[in-house]
Design a protein around this ligand. Sequence first.
Ligand SMILES: NC(=O)c1ccc[n+]([C@@H]2O[C@H](COP(=O)([O-])OP(=O)(O)OC[C@H]3O[C@@H](n4cnc5c(N)ncnc54)[C@H](OP(=O)(O)O)[C@@H]3O)[C@@H](O)[C@H]2O)c1
Length: 290
Amino acid sequence: MKIVIVGSAGRLGTMLMRDYQKKHEVVGFNRTELDLADCDAIRKKLGAINFDVLINAAAFTNVDACETERDRAFLINCEAPGVLAEICNDRDAKLIHFSTDYVFDGDKHAPYTEKDQANPISVYGESKLAGEQNVLAAGSDHLVLRVSWVFGPDRPSFIDAMIKRAQQEEKIDAISDKISTPTYTYDVAAMLPQFFDRVAEGGILHFANAGKCSWQEYAQWALDCCRDAGVPLKARTVGALKLSDMTNWAARRPVYSVLSTGKYTELTGAAPRAWREAVVDYITRFYSKK
Ligand SMILES: NC(=O)c1ccc[n+]([C@@H]2O[C@H](COP(=O)([O-])OP(=O)(O)OC[C@H]3O[C@@H](n4cnc5c(N)ncnc54)[C@H](OP(=O)(O)O)[C@@H]3O)[C@@H](O)[C@H]2O)c1
């Protein structure tokens, strides 16, 4: 298959590039090679090449910056994905577009299914939801994959920041009243190819590792795994912070945004592995000194 990956230098995009290059012909575009804020450039560059699948892993992901740069957020997260979907339609290719748990308001307190009403409470969430709608309006067989709390070896995320702090400080803390589920980029890369075919399932699909946790539990598990893997740390436990303590955040975040992966299991017969198992795997592979 000929695959194009937009956002090829991001946390998820880099993992997908590395994995799919082993089996497919893959062309990647990082931000310098293709700026999603320039729709004419998108048409010109992608209009000139042929492919079977286009994966969009690029986005304006700085949730707080989106609040003050609303137009830019909508350009990159909403208009550009619509253009990508049209380009895919022209060559009968499939678009796989990533979205987020932040399309939900967090009031449900039970795992969100694909049928639940989205109600974003931030500009980031609004722009991502509008992007989903643009993609699916262009073709209901394109796939919008919502993920949450993405982590992986190619760009530091929350878990890496916590481990780094625990290596430098005696006491660390993390938010205990915000709940979702980590999603390992390695697991996304492994499961995605079954959706490459244009006739494979389209529409909205949720994918994350199984289970749920707070940021405090996530960070504590990361430290426990580091200790088991022989990674030297100064801090042993993670103290609790409240979401309401984060007064320097410009954007509101959903307090609860666990994604139900029931539809994924129904479609594939497989269940994502537990988030704790995915974290063990990550730390053993990328942090272990043993
Ligand atoms: N990270 C999470 O926890 C999380 C949670 C839920 C959903 N998601 C979604 O998952 C997808 C992948 O996110 P990620 O974690 O891999 O984030 P990431 O590491 O921030 O990757 C996003 C990529 O998009 C690129 N980008 C930003 N503006 C661009 C523009 N104008 N033109 C072209 N490329 C641009 C960035 O370029 P630079 O390399 O120059 O920064 C970066 O490489 C996104 O759709 C995101 O909304 C992420």
